[in-house]
Design a binder for this molecule. Structure first.
Ligand SMILES: [Zn+2]
Length: 267
């Protein structure tokens, strides 16, 4: 085993580890987004993968999600912490704040979103797709570090690369989504099919188009967005270090049995 915890860095988070070595991993689903760096945080072995590649050349709809999760699994990873830039659909989720996801709504199309699409048929339970143990550790770490973070939130995942129209944005708000993003799906569900724990941290960058013009919602300028973005990445790094340091080795969640009763194909 090369690493126990995997970090998938979203927009803005392209490197994390100092004392790292670089490994190239191949999978039957192709190459992951980039080479993976392995190093330590708080004495624990961690693997880091930038979702859009180090130079940010891979758009959300072309991220090799299956290869990324499979590559981390091959290295021994059984827990994933992922960061994601999100737009806010709810005025209570303010730019500059963080939020951990507890639910998603998939509005993407055409993505390879399962490892079970030939010979073996499986229906993974998705009722609670995010790891409860990692979420609880994250909540504790944010509190201790004085970082403003929402303990839960629903993220709607759109295909991109374009942003939503105002009408779409209003519709997603009616769905009950608090945040909008382009990469949470199928990443979280592929990790679940591999029975890995997955924590998604949303970094709220701006208000989505449907909220503009609402009472009490100040539009964010491009300059402000850039500043918020940088500050958020700093907070995310702090969160990752804290979570890795504090998460007990022993799992108390049910993630590693997520495929129990899921496989329908007879042996
Ligand atoms: Zn778990």
């Amino acid at each position: 085993m090369e690493a126990e915890i995997g970090i998938i860095g979203g927009s803005g988070l392209y490197s994390l580890l100092d004392d790292s070595k670089e490994v190239k991993v191949q999978t039957k689903y192709g190459a992951p987004s980039d080479s993976i760096t392995i190093g330590t945080i708080a004495g624990r072995n961690v693997a880091f993968l930038p979702r859009h590649s180090r130079k940010h050349t891979i758009p959300p709809h072309k991220v090799p999600y299956r290869a990324n999760i499979d590559a981390l699994r091959q290295l021994g990873v059984n827990r994933i912490i992922a960061t994601n830039a999100v737009g806010s659909l709810d005025r209570n989720y303010k730019p500059g704040e963080l939020a951990i996801f507890d639910q998603f709504i998939n509005a993407t199309h055409g993505r390879h979103d399962t490892y079970y699409d030939e010979e073996v048929v499986a229906h993974v339970s998705s009722a609670d797709p995010y790891c409860l143990q990692l979420r609880n550790v994250a909540i504790k770490v944010a509190k201790e570090a004085g970082i403003k973070m929402h303990d839960s939130g629903t993220v709607v995942v759109i295909n991109g690369p374009r942003f939503s129209t105002r009408a779409e944005s209003k519709m997603f708000k009616l769905y009950g989504a608090h945040m909008i993003n382009m990469t949470q799906y199928p990443e979280v569900i592929l990790a679940r099919e591999k029975q890995m724990c997955y924590l998604g941290i949303g970094l709220v960058t701006d208000y989505d188009s449907g909220l503009e013009g609402d009472d009490g919602v100040e539009p964010v300028t491009a300059d402000e967005v850039a500043k918020i973005f940088d500050a958020n990445v700093g907070k995310a790094k702090k969160m990752i270090h804290g979570i890795v340091a504090e998460v007990p080795e022993e799992k108390t969640c049910s993630c590693s049995s997520s495929m129990e009763h899921a496989i329908q194909t007879k042996k």
